[in-house]
Design a protein. Structure first.
Length: 264
């Protein structure tokens, strides 16, 4: 998350831009499905990943909720689990402590360094990290994981459908793939950008771009094209007065999807 000038920080939130959802129109950087500006955002704050009162506080607060929901769908004990877009390792670390053998991957070098350091300091068992894209790892190790997670990442890449396809390739037949992202509608713009970034300042300004938000129907379409069956969806809500997060059936803003890969 890049630094901003005083003028930029004080500007009013932008209006929702027009959306162009065709993944084929997206441009990767140097052959990678990654946006250098997005990588720079999270690299600049890498040292704060494990500060529970920092800009990453929301991730720490929602982590138990999303982990518990995933564990309701599948046991991770002893399973080979891949965390795509792991960042500083908040979810990877939690899944490892739940008994999984976890590999976290990301393209943000500084965030990965923080994840590795935390694993050493916390003596987290059975977790490793690599700087590699989901697409590259899919070519290298197809069908090697029982569970694949890709949380809060799809809205930060040029071609989310490509990441979904890579996750489907990486998971074993009969395995489970979890995604989480943000819906694209007026409510999501108000809550996830205006509210979270400008009013409540839960996140740094510029964390999200409205045009990159993904409707559940679009994500479901990406999953079907990748031969993943959508099993369940779940929404996540936040009360700014009580500062409380909870899961619900409302997928209008933040939501998660659980999918499975059919047996061959």
């Amino acid at each position: 998350m890049s630094r901003m000038t005083t003028e930029q920080a004080n500007q009013a939130p932008p209006a929702p831009p027009a959306h162009h959802s065709n993944p084929s129109q997206a441009h990767s950087t140097q052959g990678l499905n990654a946006d250098p500006a997005e990588l720079a955002k999270f690299s600049a704050l890498a040292h704060k990943w494990w500060d529970t009162e920092s800009e990453f506080r929301p991730l720490h607060q929602i982590n138990p909720l999303r982990l518990d929901w995933m564990l309701e769908q599948v046991s991770m004990a002893g399973k080979q689990v891949l965390d795509v877009g792991c960042g500083g390792g908040i979810l990877s670390d939690a899944m490892a402590r739940a008994g999984a053998n976890v590999l976290g991957i990301d393209l943000a070098s500084k965030a990965l360094s923080v994840a590795k350091l935390h694993a050493l300091e916390a003596q987290t068992p059975n977790v490793a990290y690599r700087e590699v894209s989901a697409e590259a790892l899919a070519s290298e190790s197809p069908g090697q994981f029982d569970v694949v997670t890709c949380m809060e990442m799809l809205e930060h890449v040029p071609d989310p459908a490509s990441v979904v396809q890579a996750c489907a390739t990486l998971v074993k037949p009969g395995g489970t793939v979890f995604f989480s992202t943000i819906n694209r509608n007026a409510k999501a713009f108000v809550f996830a950008i205006v509210g979270a970034e400008y009013v409540l300042q839960l996140l740094p300004k510029g964390t999200h771009e409205y045009a990159k938000f993904i409707k559940p129907s679009e994500l479901a379409s990406y999953c079907r094209s990748a031969d993943l069956d959508v099993q369940r969806t779940r929404g996540m809500e936040y009360n700014p007065f009580t500062k409380h997060y909870w899961l619900s059936g409302d997928t209008s803003v933040n939501y998660m999807i659980a999918t499975t890969k059919p047996l061959a």
